[in-house]
Design a binder for this molecule. Structure first.
Ligand code: C2E
Ligand code: MG
Ligand code: MG
Length: 649
């Protein structure tokens, strides 16, 4: 077989060496069979890898077929040779595109339909069509009969070299650029492998372009595939050694790509209760056998199920639809009602199970852990070992997760979150001399979300610290702008006391150069009772610098009051629930007022809405009153207007 250069003068009688390709094909077929023979990990990158393997086998087979047919073009119709050649070159576009797609999938599919993505694949798509329609224009290659040998020679046309440039050059460069640009979102191992693969492919491309007589595409792809199998696409790495179920690492990878893929939503999560005790009693070998029995049982019920062992005693099973999910739940219930035979022992196991449809309630390990913790604290397995998480529960989880995402984004972009201020009336001086700052969240998707809803969510997802600092910065800046405002009460969560926030608080306050006396931090009973020592330290640290503290929502929790009142508070804020009409509430209210009066702690009463409540506050000689009776919390501009018009009150 002879290839002619684009000028047609060179080279003459070059023999294409396709023996490398034959060896590669043998390897590729072996790898493909081995890959498909094993348990496949159910995410796109793995599926894509399988597709890539098959297209590679096709590609290399075509390259060999093309060479053989051309060598025998004296007996084979040249039209057939041309079709095979077109297919072969076309497949090369597919191959390099698959590599590019692999990178995209690894980064996250959201990029797929971006303009930059289209701009990147457009040249390749045009090139591929151009190649596929070669028989119509013969701009890429044509065939001329060699009178000496009696077989056809391939004559590369002007499009041939551009095909190589577009396909190898452009696509590889684009893949490289994406890989490097998004290196942070790629696991190290994948990054390293991709760079190596691109190195191999580019080297082969250069050699092949310079020496058309050596076809190396199959060799380079085979090397790449072997590298990928060894380093990133080995499904065995994702399998738990003992149960042979997928392991926790695999599960995390699976849920991480959920956002980008159509994944299974029908979950069953179950724990083998007292698994630790079982191991202690019967030994490690028996417990390894037990988990293997469990996995085999699940796979026996439904061959299409995916089972993960995420902790020593916890399994997660994924099914395709509700019917399969229910069948599996019933099968598990039935099976574990009976004793299990492990290493000659008959054991009765308790399985605690819950099942649900996951519509994005979690899509990474943190969200998953939060979901499981929350679910386990909501479920009482004592009533039933098998609990369905209904639509309402999942809707709640989904909404919380959505609010978490919105909050995270708002904190990052510094949009959507803002402060409002509610004036507090001084009953002795008869003026509004201080205010409470309250945070607000407005969002296009969910509209207004109240702090009563999103603050606990922020606390449970570890965002409370960021909110505290957002609020602190906003309120310090507010005090800096308005020296006429005597003092400001600021709510803080301090849910992350572990980070020792005192120092950072002081630093932030100092940055604004305001008098620390003007700042009064409100702490709720929940936090003070949960972390009494840390709260005391925090209050002492900041108290030394003149910052005051208010005890917020006193009376809303009724819990551990003794501990709460021994902390160094300067103000007590009685919760609005204490304004209730019930006799026992009135008694509690009076007791609270007397208690703080004897401790000489000034009292603020919250939530005063009408004349009667105001009169009652006056009656009881309450020091400060806050509530809708005067005004709702206001934006800064409205607050200033309000304070101006009420100056002489
Ligand atoms: P809180 O600190 O006890 O704040 C008082 C709440 O009562 C505010 O609700 C306020 O708008 C509302 N309120 C005021 N006067 C009346 C009234 O006359 N009647 C009634 N029914 N309600 C009244 P808001 O702003 O929805 O805040 C709810 C809770 O969210 C706050 O309770 C506080 O615990 C928390 N929060 C608000 N802002 C922040 C913040 O910046 N950081 C933190 N960590 N928590 C905040
Ligand atoms: Mg408050
Ligand atoms: Mg309060």
């Amino acid at each position: 077989m002879t290839l002619l250069s684009s000028s047609g003068a060179l080279p003459s009688n070059l023999h294409v060496n396709y023996y490398f390709e034959v060896c590669s094909l043998v390897f590729l077929v072996a790898i493909t069979i081995a890959y498909y023979g094993r348990k496949k990990f159910p995410v796109s990158t793995y599926r894509l890898f399988g597709v890539a393997l098959i297209t590679l086998v096709v590609n290399v087979s075509l390259s060999i077929l093309f060479c053989v047919l051309l060598d025998n073009s004296n007996v084979v119709p040249i039209g057939l040779v041309e079709v095979v050649a077109e297919l072969y070159f076309f497949m090369q576009f597919v191959e390099s595109y698959l590599l590019f797609a692999y990178v995209l999938y690894s980064i996250g599919k959201s990029l797929r339909y971006s303009p930059i993505y289209l701009l990147t694949i457009l040249p390749s798509a045009v090139g591929a069509i151009f190649m596929f329609t070669n028989c119509l224009h013969h701009l890429n290659f044509s065939f001329v009969l060699n009178s000496e040998t009696g077989v056809y020679d391939m004559l590369p046309g002007p499009g041939f070299i551009s095909m190589y440039v577009i396909n190898w050059g452009f696509n590889t460069v684009a893949t490289l650029v994406y890989t490097i640009a998004f290196r942070k979102s790629l696991p190290k191992q994948i990054l390293f492998t991709l760079l190596c693969i691109m190195g191999i492919v580019a080297t082969a491309a250069v050699i092949q372009t310079l020496n058309p007589q050596v076809i190396l595409s199959g060799v380079s792809f085979t090397l790449s595939v072997m590298l990928a199998v060894v380093s990133v696409c080995d499904p065995d790495v994702k399998v738990d050694r003992f149960s042979k179920a997928f392991n926790n690492e695999a599960f995390i990878e699976y849920i991480n790509v959920q956002r980008f893929e159509k994944q299974r939503k029908h979950y069953i999560i179950f724990d083998i209760e007292s698994f630790g005790m079982f191991s202690e009693k019967f030994g490690v070998v028996a417990s390894n056998e037990l988990v293997s029995i469990v996995r085999k049982f699940i796979e026996g019920v439904n061959k299409k199920s995916f089972i993960f062992r995420t902790t020593s005693s916890r399994f997660v099973v994924l099914l395709r639809n509700e019917k399969e999910q229910l069948e599996m739940v019933n099968a598990i219930k039935e099976r574990f009602d009976k004793p299990v035979r492990v290493k000659g022992n008959e054991v009765v196991l308790t399985i605690n199970l819950f099942y649900f449809v996951n519509n994005m309630a979690f899509y990474n390990s943190d969200l998953y852990n939060n979901f499981v913790a929350r679910t386990l604290s909501a479920i009482n397995f004592k009533d039933s070992n098998c609990v369905e998480l209904g639509q309402e529960f999942m809707d709640r989880v989904n909404r919380d997760r959505k609010i978490r995402d919105i909050l995270e984004n708002c904190l990052k972009t510094k949009t959507g979150l803002y402060m409002v201020y509610q004036p507090i009336f001084d009953m002795n001086k008869k003026c509004f001399n201080h205010c409470e700052a309250l945070i607000r969240l407005d969002n296009d998707e969910l509209g207004y979300v109240g702090p009563g809803e999103f603050i606990p969510i922020a606390e449970s997802f570890g965002l409370a610290n960021q909110i505290d600092f957002f609020v602190l910065n906003e309120t310090c800046a507010f005090l800096q702008r308005h020296p006429e405002i005597e003092s400001l009460e600021v709510n803080i969560s301090c849910a992350e006391f572990f980070n020792n926030p005192s120092e950072r608080f002081l630093k932030t306050i100092n940055q604004y150069g305001i008098d620390p006396n003007r700042l009064c931090l409100e702490i709720t009973e929940t936090i003070a009772v949960k972390y009494p020592t840390k709260t005391r330290e925090f209050m002492n640290d900041l108290g030394q610098h003149g910052i005051k503290f208010a005890m917020d929502d006193f009376g809303s929790g009724y819990s551990n009051m003794a501990r709460f009142i021994t902390l160094p508070f300067s103000v007590a804020k009685l919760d609005k629930s204490l304004l209730g009409e019930a006799a026992n509430v009135k008694v509690f209210f009076d007791a609270a007022v007397n208690l703080f009066r004897s401790l000489e702690i000034p009292i603020v009463i919250e939530g005063v809405e009408n004349e009667e409540q105001l009169a009652m506050s006056k009656n009881k000689k309450i020091d400060f009153v806050q509530g809708y009776y005067f005004t709702k919390p206001l934006r800064e501009k409205e607050l200033l207007e309000f304070l101006n018009s009420n100056k002489n009150n």
